[in-house]
Structure formats: structure tokens, C-alpha cells
Ligand binder design. Structure first.
Ligand code: ADP
Ligand code: MG
Length: 683
């Protein structure tokens, strides 16, 4: 075929392929293969060598081989369970072709006596003779035989033959595409083009050659296109002009000086970054990232204070009501009295809500706290200048984009997350935002001591707990979380709380998946007020909430959690000045690998480092929050093995941003790699 096709060919429907009917197309669609481009990533997992073996006496046993033979004699025993057999030969020896469940007519047709034919299959040796069972790919004309056939993982109900056929068809029709990368980048991949790379990707000999230029280039294309789209979103938001905020930092410093601690360097640094954004005439879209307990709240509240002093209103949203209330109370404590605060609760009556709503519109409220639902409802502000969203790691790029659009042009946006992620993933996941990172934890904070215990040593744990209670401390007890079976989780948590209630009468409360929201809030508030000592729970204890008096967390069946998750859980304690501990319980002795993982946790309190290690051990798909973030996974690129490509792409994006390079040449790339759904009008 000599039609020069453009890239649109690759985005066309599967049905435009020869040999793909409705049935095959639907099977592929189930596998999220919707167009021709998607099929390019159906990569052979290995290949079968069907090149002609020389002669019968050279055959290798237990290998799939192809030979040209002459059938000599049929043996059709007509006895049940005995296979039909055809004796064949070439000029070096004899071979038996054995057929199970094949009709005589069929056998006679494909192996006609006296005629030369080419067959292939796995060679066996049986009773001093070569044997080939149910020979395949039979052709009288050996020149028609393709030397090597790709093999694919076949879970879709589509045969290897079909895959070979349609992918070959695509490869033969690959459009010539103008190069999108700069000379400098291409140099790194020895100038291999996209088109050639795709061809190489599908060559059977190249299976598993991850280090070769063709593979690296394609992985880079994927990473780069993701970063580019993120960068475009970021630039687009930044281009939005807003009214500058003007405030007196003296007032800010007054508040800071009244805190009962000094801000850490990183808190000061990130606060300055945010302040700079507030005072600029470009809209802010910033993520404040910091490990659990690194002190993000205070930073966000001070920026809220500055916004209010610029004569704007602020909305603070948290994932749960109890956390919203905690932020509200903290603000009430540190802000001067004249600032008008309000908490919008799910429990507020319609009348109360209406009142709050009216007040917001009249600018009689400076700052409002609530859950994420606050934003969904139709609440109007008089002059909203900043939205703060706490613990938002479950938002994907698209959701964030919508949020920023909805916030309105004069409204800055500050998101916060306590999910440290490996450096290579930052641009992938958060590249659409400006980033402020708090790395260091407040000084004098004691690291949480982490221990592991076998379940049958529970008596030791109980003893430990008794002692902690005597000292006036509180305990979190996290029961196994086994996704597949919520019922079992439930039952085991109830059992455990019954057991603990006997040992600690009136000191144990239980939270599980079926606890109502009101009940949950009640229990958490009681715990916060130190009205009981042990909180047993199945679900992960609410993120973000500060329980300064809780200093022990016991996690059962700890191997069910990833390292980052364990670190998050552990972060529930150790926020005050007390010594705190985390006890990880296991059902049986730990395997070497499990020990390795637990040691990482014991040795480090640095969420960034832990997430890095976690990724190495479990792959990046499992990192906390990543799955929910809605981000597409890469087809070839891998943040662990292609670390250098991620860094390279990041550098290149920065260069393009700095040099304000025209990015229209990347249009095809973005369209092909389907990142255009995120922004419609790149370039
Ligand atoms: P996170 O970053 O997880 O949201 P928080 O903002 O809830 O953390 O802060 C955790 C705890 O650390 C709070 O009790 C807070 O008062 C305290 N804290 C914050 N900053 C400092 C600091 N610079 N020095 C000492 N304690 C601090
Ligand atoms: Mg927090």
C-alpha cells in the first residue's frame, strides 16, 4: 500500500482494520483498546521461531520447529483413545505426526501421501522415533512461511494469528510523522524516529530490549507528553490575571510571634512562596506538599489571614467535618477577634445555612470552614480570594482543573497533601500545579518508635498498652483491612473490641465501615476530649486530624498495608511532645522481603524516602493515593527503570517553559498520546 497516511489513521476506529469485525473490536474495547493507536502497545511477549529446521535428524526435542516432509502412510486405528498417526519422512529420517480428535478426511487433506508439505509444532521423541502432535501452520509452499511469529498474552479471546495479522497490518501502514523532539533530545536516542521505533518495538527479536534506543525513545515520548500537558495547564492558569492581594506582613508576623512554637525554615519558605503568589497579578494554583505532621495547616491559615487582610474572603475545605472543625478552632484561636469565622456543618439546619449564605454574600463572614461539599453547593461569596483544600490527594488532574475554573478568576487556589511521592512522579501527578514542599519536620519532635510483633505475643502488647494508659495516654488500634472481605474485617474488629473491652472496661470504642457519620463524629470528638482510651477501627483513621494525646498506634496484620500507608497511619501519633510508638503486628514470622520493608519504616520517619523505597518494592501503581488519582498509567515508561527519562523530560519541559518555545510542533504527540482530553486547545 502506498498511501501516505497522516497521524489520524492511528486514531481511527478498529473497524477500519482488515480482519477486525464487530466481535473482535468489542473484545479489544473491553481491554481499553479503542483505536489503532492503542493497539500499538500490544507488544509481543515473545516469539515462536518457525524458520525451517534443516532435516529430521537435526530436530531438537521439546522445541517448536518447522520441517518439510513427505507423508508416507496413514495409521487410523479406529480404536477409542488411540490417536490417528501419519508416518512421514525426509531424506534423513522418519517422523510420526500424531492427531488427537481430528477427522481422517482432514488429515488426508493436509498430509496427502507422497506430496511434500511443511509443518510445524513441538518435537517429541517417543519409542525411538521423532513425533509431532497436532502439527500446525501447514502449508505446501514453504516460501509462504513467516519466519517468526509474535506471541501475545491472550486473555481477550483473540488468537495469536489475529494479533499477528492486525498488528502487521498497522505496522505496514504506519504514517510518516514529522519529528516533534528537538535535536538535543533526539541525540540521546541516536536519532531514532517514532515510526522506526514503533516498528522495532514489534519485531520479535526485540522483545525485552528495554535499554535500546527505540524503547527508550517511546517511553520518553509518553513521559514527555504527560509533562507537557501538565505544564500547559499550569501555564494557562497562570496566564489568568487577577487583582493583586495587598497586605501588611507586620500583621502576619504578629500572629506568628504569638504561636507557641517557631515556624520551621521550610514553613517560612513555603509561606513566602504562597505570599508571593497572592501578591502577584497571576492566579495562584499551588500545591503545598508535606509529610504527615509537617505543619501545613498553620502555613495555610497564615496565608488565609493575609488574604483576609487584603479585603478578600477565604474558603477552607477539608475531607471530613471533624477536620474542618479542627481547622476552624485553630483559626479562632490564632486570628484576632475582629476576623469573622464560620463553620458550615452538614448538621446545620436549612435556616442556619441560609443565614451563613446570606452573610457570605454580604461579606459579613471573612473565612468559612467546611467539607469538600462546601464547594459543590451553590454558595456565593461576595469577594472570594482564596480557596484552601486540605488533603486532596484523591483529586486527579481533571478535577483540579475544574476546581480552578470554578473558583473564579480573582480566586487563588492552595491545595494541600500529606502524601509524599517519589521525585520522579511529582511532574506526572502534580505537574499541573506550582509546588511548595515542606521537607523538614518541626524541631524537637521525637520520631515514632516502631516495633514489630507476632500476633501470638499479644499479651506483651496489652501490657504495654496498660502502662501507656497509666501514663494518661491514648491508643489507636487498627484492625486488619482486607479489601476482598469487608464482612470479615467487620467481624474481626468487633471481636477485637469485645476482647479489649473486657480488659479495659469503659475505655474502648469501635469505628467500622458501618458506623454512621454522626456516630463517627461523636466518637472521634469523645476521643479528642480524652473521654476514653482506646479507639479500635477498621477504616483508616481520618487523615489530618490532630489527636495530640494519642501516642500509640497498633496496626494488626500490618503486611496488608503498603509502606506509605503504614507511614500515614503512624503519622496519626507523635504530633505532640511525648514519646510515641507504633506497633506493627503480623500473623506469622516475616519473610526476608517483608523484613526489609519493615526495616525501612523502622529506620526512617521521612515520608519521601519511604515512598521512594515503597515504589521500588511494589511498583508505582500501588503507592497510596495513586490509584485513585485517576491518572493514566504509562504503557512503556516505568518510574523505577526509566528514572533518567523522567528527569530528562522534566528538564526539557523547564527549558521549553523558560525559552517560551513554540509548542505547536507537539500537537501530534499530544493528540496521539491522548492527553488532549485534559486540555482541548494546546498551542
Ligand atoms: P500536617 O502537615 O500533617 O497537616 P499539622 O498542620 O496538622 O500537620 O501539624 C501537626 C502538629 O504540629 C500540630 O499539632 C501543629 O500545631 C504542630 N506544629 C506545626 N508547626 C510546628 C512547628 N514549627 N513547631 C512545632 N510544632 C508545630
Ligand atoms: Mg493536615
Amino acid at each position: 500500500m502506498d498511501i501516505k497516511r497522516n497521524y489520524e489513521y492511528l486514531l481511527s476506529d478498529l473497524s477500519s482494520l482488515k480482519g477486525v469485525g464487530l466481535k473482535t473490536a468489542n473484545l479489544l474495547k473491553k481491554k481499553k483498546i479503542n483505536n489503532i493507536f492503542d493497539l500499538l502497545w500490544k507488544i509481543p511477549k515473545s516469539y515462536t521461531d518457525r524458520s525451517l529446521s534443516s532435516k529430521i535428524n537435526d530436530l531438537k526435542i521439546d522445541e517448536v520447529q518447522t520441517i518439510t516432509i513427505i507423508p508416507r502412510k496413514y495409521f487410523f486405528p479406529r480404536v477409542r483413545n488411540l490417536p490417528n498417526r501419519v508416518l512421514c519422512e525426509d531424506d534423513t529420517g522418519e517422523i510420526d505426526c500424531v492427531f488427537f480428535n481430528s477427522y481422517e478426511g482432514y488429515i488426508k487433506k493436509i498430509l496427502p501421501i507422497g506430496k511434500e508439505v511443511t509443518i510445524s509444532g513441538k518435537i517429541k521423541y517417543f519409542r525411538n522415533k521423532y513425533q509431532l502432535t497436532n502439527p500446525k501452520y501447514i502449508s505446501e509452499d514453504s516460501s509462504l512461511i513467516k519466519r517468526k511469529h509474535n506471541t501475545y498474552s491472550l486473555t481477550e479471546g483473540i488468537s495469536e494469528k489475529v494479533y499477528n495479522k492486525i498488528i502487521l497490518q498497522i505496522i505496514q501502514n504506519l504514517p510518516e510523522i514529522d519529528e516533534w523532539h528537538s535535536e538535543n533530545i533526539l541525540k540521546k536516542f541516536n536519532h531514532i524516529g517514532w515510526n522506526e521505533s514503533i516498528k522495532k518495538l514489534h519485531e520479535p527479536d526485540n522483545v525485552g530490549k528495554f535499554k535500546e534506543n527505540f524503547y527508550q525513545r517511546l517511553a520518553y515520548d509518553e513521559i514527555f507528553s504527560t509533562f507537557l500537558v501538565n505544564s500547559e495547564i499550569r501555564k494557562k492558569i497562570k496566564r489568568i490575571k487577577k487583582i493583586k492581594k495587598k497586605f501588611d506582613t507586620k500583621k502576619q508576623n504578629e500572629i506568628i510571634s504569638k504561636l507557641d512554637f517557631l515556624l520551621t525554615d521550610d514553613q517560612n519558605k513555603t509561606l513566602n512562596e504562597i505570599n508571593k503568589d497572592l501578591c502577584s497579578d497571576n492566579k495562584m494554583f499551588r500545591l503545598l506538599q508535606g509529610d504527615v505532621g509537617s505543619g501545613k495547616t498553620i502555613v495555610s491559615l497564615i496565608s488565609a489571614f493575609n488574604t483576609i487582610n487584603s479585603n478578600f474572603q477565604v474558603a477552607v475545605m477539608a475531607p471530613t467535618e471533624i477536620l474542618a472543625r479542627q481547622h476552624f478552632l485553630l483559626a479562632k484561636k490564632i486570628f484576632p477577634e475582629k476576623i469573622k469565622l464560620e463553620l458550615l456543618s452538614g448538621k446545620s439546619t436549612y435556616k442556619e445555612k441560609k443565614k451563613i449564605s446570606d452573610k457570605l454574600l454580604k461579606k459579613e463572614i471573612d473565612i468559612i470552614f467546611g467539607t469538600h461539599a462546601l464547594f459543590q453547593k451553590k454558595i456565593e461569596f461576595n469577594r472570594l480570594g482564596l480557596i484552601i483544600i486540605d488533603e486532596q490527594h484523591k483529586f486527579g488532574v481533571n478535577q483540579r482543573k475544574k476546581l480552578s475554573d470554578k473558583a473564579g478568576k480573582d480566586c487563588d487556589v492552595l491545595l494541600m497533601t500529606a502524601t509524599p511521592i517519589p521525585r520522579t512522579l511529582t511532574m506526572t501527578i502534580y505537574g499541573d500545579m506550582d509546588l511548595s514542599i515542606i521537607r523538614e519536620k518541626p524541631k524537637f519532635r521525637k520520631p515514632v518508635k516502631t516495633y514489630s510483633k507476632i500476633e501470638n505475643k499479644i499479651d506483651d502488647v496489652i501490657k504495654f498498652v496498660k502502662n501507656e494508659i497509666k501514663l494518661g495516654n491514648q491508643i489507636f488500634w487498627v484492625c486488619p483491612l482486607i479489601e476482598e472481605s469487608k464482612k470479615i474485617d467487620h467481624a474481626s474488629a468487633i471481636k477485637k473490641s469485645e476482647y479489649l473491652k473486657k480488659l479495659f472496661p469503659n475505655q474502648v470504642y469501635l469505628l467500622h465501615g458501618k458506623t454512621t457519620i454522626e456516630e463517627k463524629e461523636k466518637i472521634l470528638n469523645k476521643f479528642l476530649k480524652n473521654e476514653f482510651k482506646i479507639l479500635v477501627s477498621t477504616t483508616i483513621i481520618e487523615v489530618g486530624i490532630d489527636f495530640p494525646n494519642a501516642n500509640v498506634i497498633i496496626i494488626e496484620n500490618a503486611n496488608k498495608f503498603g509502606l506509605s500507608q503504614l507511614h500515614q497511619l503512624r503519622g496519626r501519633v507523635g504530633r505532640g511532645n511525648k514519646e510515641s510508638s507504633c506497633i506493627l503486628m503480623f500473623k506469622s514470622n516475616l519473610s526476608d522481603n517483608a523484613k526489609k520493608r519493615i526495616n525501612i519504616l523502622k529506620d526512617s520517619n521521612d515520608g519521601f524516602k519511604i515512598s521512594e523505597e515503597d515504589m521500588k518494592l511494589r511498583g508505582f501503581g500501588d503507592i497510596l493515593g495513586f490509584k485513585q488519582s485517576g491518572i493514566k498509567s504509562f504503557k512503556l515508561a516505568d518510574p523505577i527503570h526509566n528514572h533518567d527519562l523522567f528527569i530528562l523530560a522534566e528538564k526539557e519541559i523547564k527549558r521549553i517553559e523558560n525559552e517560551k518555545e513554540d509548542i505547536s510542533k507537539f500537537k501530534t504527540l499530544v493528540k496521539l498520546y491522548d492527553r488532549a482530553d485534559i486540555i482541548n486547545d494546546i498551542a
